[in-house]
Write a protein that binds this ligand. Structure first.
Ligand code: B12
Length: 505
């Protein structure tokens, strides 16, 4: 009751500065960013109505009307959530809203907001907020009768400039037709290279994982990023400006970590798999067995179409797998999660009005998920696939990725298509085996989860596909047997053209 009073200024007798509705959009499970902004705004006397995660547009707008909120704040971590945000904006326009729409979250950007979201909602103003520290000024300007007209005029002028520059920038970039890009693919001498065979084919589950071993592999740099402390760990602890805050946060994290380890608060689970595979063009075909006579599944990959200088190749992940008819090759896959427990523990802290500890637990759960992926990948290289048995890299070396092989994650730049997770989750039966499921936006639940494929090629490296042209989208749609409109939806952020409404097929 006290916190609620606090939130709407009653406790301090001050009238609340405004009522803000916050939500992570439909299909997205991430709320650390949203929660941090909510806490910062509440500390500045704003009343926060938090609808949580995976919130459908209708519920957001209904609640906004019922609660007569002064602004709506949306959050999202993965690119499919960008379309949801565009949808909320167009529904706000259709339903006659005029209140501000705030946009935030790791996958959002000023450019996307200016080019895709803002144009959908002209009766009100959409503003992208890069991080929590800017939220208060943005909200106070938007809710102030004096400041609002000039502020909105500035934002609109700025977004117009951003949109023009973006269109020009993309137009200037030279791109190759797909066939030319393929001709300039990454070449391997498959006569000289014999792909290693994994120690087993099929899948294997990992439970009762040693939490302290995962804790030793935590990459602390992204952890500090969560709190907008920019800099590499451990140097950040000695940073002249951020050092004090970083050390305090690190101490708090160590205390929370000690609790997690002592009370076994997390139950991480993981599953990996290996399958006979060969590349067929830009796709990786998986086979039911070593006879390679029956297909099991296909990982579809995208190829860079940017015109490259010198002899740099136009990459596709399939280039790292032996083409059919050359050598028998293999690929692997994994899904790991820090487990569901973190959600309940974080909620317990929230109920005790300890938002800081709640966010700390979630941020640590994310670190455990990443550490689990790191540890499991090392065991894959040394043991399960076994092509690097002599590898002797400690936790810090692993972060430099000096080892052989990669674990590209669907959604990351080397494979921006989140729908590829479906194949992986099906092959690994991840939901049944370790309780990780996919939302309608292909986010993974529980949120502190990571997934990817394993490639063992000695020269494999991470790259960004960047923007793709229509010829590749048509080709990809045919190969994947997915309607072009749907492919364009899931590849929205990486299309180098505006899909035309005629794409009905
Ligand atoms: C940490 C991290 C994770 C963590 C989870 C992070 C989390 N809970 O937020 C873990 C390890 C679990 C993870 C997993 C994945 N991730 Co990740 N991850 C990141 C990383 C490195 C940092 C994100 C971060 O700092 N989060 C912490 C919070 C505090 O920051 P934030 O969300 O940005 O919030 C701040 C602001 O945005 C703003 N804000 C946020 N919400 C709101 C709302 C309002 C109203 C306002 C005003 C402001 C606001 O204020 C917040 C505080 O400053 C980013 C890369 C990057 N540098 O951004 C990739 C990234 C977000 N991940 C990405 C991807 C693809 C994934 C995976 C799909 C990979 C995979 N296949 O396993 C999975 C998905 C997990 C799932 N459950 O579905 C992509 C997403 C883009 C895309 N292509 O879809 C990114 C951008 C990496 C990339 N380069 O492509 N990830």
């Amino acid at each position: 009751m006290e916190a609620e009073k606090q939130a709407n200024g009653e406790a301090t007798g001050r009238r609340s500065a405004g009522k803000i509705l916050m939500a992570t959009v439909k299909g997205d499970v991430h709320d650390i960013g949203k929660n941090i902004v909510g806490v910062v705004l509440a500390c500045n006397n704003y009343e926060i109505i938090d609808l949580g995660v995976m919130v459908p547009t209708a519920k957001i707008l209904e609640t906004a009307k019922a609660e007569k909120v002064d602004a709506i704040g949306l959050s999202g971590l993965i690119t499919p959530s960008l379309d949801e945000m565009v949808h909320v904006a167009s529904e706000m326009e259709r339903e006659g809203f005029t209140i501000p729409l705030l946009i935030g979250g790791a996958t959002t950007s000023r450019v996307h907001t200016a080019v895709k979201i803002h144009p959908q909602y002209s009766s009100g103003q959409t503003v992208h907020v890069h991080d929590a520290s800017r939220a208060v000024n943005v909200v106070s300007a938007l809710l102030s009768d004096d400041q609002r007209p000039a502020y909105i005029a500035d934002i609109r002028a700025e977004y117009q400039k951003v949109a023009d520059k973006h269109a020009q920038g993309e137009a200037d970039k030279q791109r190759l037709p797909l066939e030319k890009a393929r001709a300039n693919g990454f070449k391997t001498d498959w006569v000289a290279l014999t792909p290693p065979k994994p120690s087993f084919l099929g899948t294997r589950v990992f439970e009762n994982v040693d939490l302290s071993e995962l804790a030793r592999h935590i990459d602390w740099t992204p952890f500090f990023q969560t709190w907008e402390l920019k800099g590499r760990y451990p140097q950040i602890l000695e940073d002249k400006d951020q050092g004090t805050a970083a050390r305090q946060l690190y101490d708090d994290a160590q205390n929370m970590l000690a609790e997690i380890l002592k009370k076994n608060w997390f139950r991480p689970k993981g599953i990996i798999g290996f399958w006979p595979a060969n590349a067929v063009g830009d796709d990786i075909k998986l086979f039911t067995d070593e006879t390679r006579s029956a297909e099991l599944a296909t990982f579809y990959t995208l190829r860079q179409q940017l015109s490259k200088s010198g002899d740099k190749p136009n990459m596709a992940l399939a280039d790292f797998v032996a083409p059919v008819g050359t050598k028998p090759d293999y690929v692997g896959g994994f899904v790991v999660t820090a487990g569901l427990e973190e959600v309940a523990i974080a909620e317990r802290f929230e109920r005790a009005n300890d938002d800081y500890s709640s966010i700390l637990v979630k941020a640590l759960a994310d670190r455990f998920a990443e550490a689990f992926a790191e540890v499991l990948h090392q065991r894959v290289r040394k043991e399960f696939w076994g092509y690097a048995q002599d590898e002797n890299l400690g936790p810090d070396d692993l972060l430099q990725e000096t080892y052989r092989g990669i674990r590209p994650a669907p959604g990351y730049p080397a494979q921006p298509d989140h729908t590829e997770k479906t194949t992986l989750f099906h092959l690994l039966n991840a939901k049944q085996r370790i309780g990780v499921s996919l939302t309608e936006s292909y986010a993974m639940w529980p949120g502190s989860s990571v997934s990817g494929i394993y490639l063992s090629h000695p020269e494999a490296y991470y790259f960004g596909v960047a923007k793709v042209e229509r010829d590749q989208v048509e080709d990809y749609s045919r190969r994947k047997n997915m309607p072009i409109r749907e492919v364009e939806r899931w590849l929205g952020p990486v299309l180098n053209y505006v899909p035309s409404s005629k794409d009905g097929d």
